[in-house]
Write a protein that binds this ligand. Sequence first.
Ligand code: HPA
Length: 271
Amino acid sequence: MTLTNKLQDTVQFMKDKGVADVEFGLILGSGLGELAEEIENAIVIPYDEIPHFPVSTVVGHAGQLVYGTLSGKKVLALQGRFHYYEGHSMQTVTYPVRVMKALEAHSVIVTNACGGVNTTFTPGDLMLITDQINFMGDNPLIGANEEEMGPRFPDMSEAYTLSYREVAKKIAEDKGLHLKEGVYMGFSGPTYETPAEIRFARTIGADAVGMSTVPEVIVAAHSGLKVLGISCITNLAAGMQKNLNHAEVVETTERVKVEFKSLVKETLAAL
Ligand code: HPA
């Protein structure tokens, strides 16, 4: 079955559920899914009901799509994303972005929890993603290219839309929020990085490291979607603090979620 055929099934199912006129896709990372609870007139669809949708397995991810209005915009939120380290193919990980595009979204907002590599970062910081490094060892566009989806060789020069970054910065400034900025480097996981990998990451220009986002943004670029990316620095990366664990990641997102939600909502209103 081609991607186009799968998408037709999924889109038809979603339309039958009442999903229409999506403007923004929202991908909510670990511990950041609560934002979807603020969506008005929500239509909630568990992933396991959606044709061709995988099921997410990570603790702290709800595993459902939420459609409705947020900050006056029609949004389709992914409450819990799919990760490469769960064993999904890159095509599966990025399928929801294809669905967003097929439902006529013009933009996606991607969020994640990640480790801070830049020595000026502190756990709890929010970081506007300016660019990314694909170090996952794979690419969702490998294989035959369906030309109606996008070009064979997509340009990644401005994967994170400059005008959106400017809006987010202005909103943060008005709120008195110290929004950091930087390059997100994607590792496959599920291991956290080694201290040596983190020194390497810093040397090649990364400010933060994580296990998601990169494939989704590649597919967004391929599809011609505009992108806003916001990371929550949940910990300092390996070698920069004592040890790393998922509990700390969850604790930090819990601590900053009010700030995170208001930044995303106010930026969304202004886009
Ligand atoms: N590394 C990779 N992924 C992460 C980290 C990290 O330090 N923190 C949260 N997600």
